[in-house]
Design a protein around this ligand. Structure first.
Ligand code: C5P
Length: 232
């Protein structure tokens, strides 16, 4: 899979999601399904969106003991998702177990990427609550290298970190980057943003775009603009 735009379908119900996806009669966008929708609707929503022809990033951020994560990943792999993820904080053995669980009998598996430090965690809360005292950008890079060492395919990161991650982990290690806004668009609650064109220039492999597409007056046009800037 090459560079692509992933739409964050942060809707509360299956019906809202299907109504939104019905707009896309041409190219079937890559879709991110998160915890809210998955917990509300269950695996059936994954099967239905897959049946409609969309590649799927299932954003459930697993983090548990290795054996539990391995078994849960085997279930997600059976849903035929294209990308899933976990917390690198679960350690290298947990990430390795996840890969084992994801690998199907025929050797194929979804891509597996890691969350490093959540962007909601800052230096202060990391030191205070987690007792981690290294600079946060070094922690992020360390977790990315752990993910690489465990055999994962990439990380979710800010577009501002993508170039450094590629430097530390190799050009083929995927960077999946949210926090994307159009140059003339609302930033909303995102603090550090880039346009699709800038994300392309710094080497992001996938951009995750939610509200600039889902809340646009013409979502198909907004999606096409992302594709033109990022892929085209
Ligand atoms: O609407 P917006 O474009 O801000 O949506 C971005 C998506 O990426 C949301 O689903 C959000 O939860 C997710 N995300 C993020 N920042 C991270 C990790 C995930 O915005 N660090």
């Amino acid at each position: 899979m090459g560079k692509d735009v992933i739409i964050a379908c942060d809707f509360a119900s299956a019906q809202q999601t299907y109504d939104f996806l019905d707009h896309f009669t041409g190219r079937k966008p890559f879709v991110k399904i998160g915890m809210e929708l998955f917990y509300a609707e269950g695996p059936q929503i994954v099967r239905e969106i897959k049946r409609r022809g969309h590649p799927i990033f299932l954003d459930l951020k697993l983090h548990d003991i290795p054996n539990t994560v391995k078994k849960a990943m085997a279930v997600l792999s059976g849903l035929e998702v294209d990308i899933c993820n976990l917390h690198a904080a679960g350690t290298i053995p947990m990430m390795q177990a996840a890969l084992e669980g994801l690998t199907r009998p025929d050797g194929t598996r979804p891509l597996l990427i890691a969350v490093t430090q959540l962007t909601s965690t800052d230096q202060e809360s990391m030191e205070r609550d987690l007792l981690i005292h290294e600079p946060i950008d070094q922690v992020v890079m360390h977790y990315a290298r752990n993910a690489r060492q465990a055999g994962l395919d990439g990380v979710v990161c800010s577009p501002l970190e993508a170039a450094k991650v590629h430097e530390a982990c190799g050009a083929d290690f995927l960077t999946v980057t949210p926090g994307v806004r159009f140059a003339d668009g609302d930033v909303g609650d995102q603090k550090r943003v880039m346009t699709p064109a800038q994300a392309k220039a710094i080497g992001s492999d996938y951009i995750v775009v939610g509200r600039p597409i889902t809340a646009a007056p013409d979502p198909v046009k907004a999606y096409q603009r992302c594709i033109d800037e990022f892929v085209g």
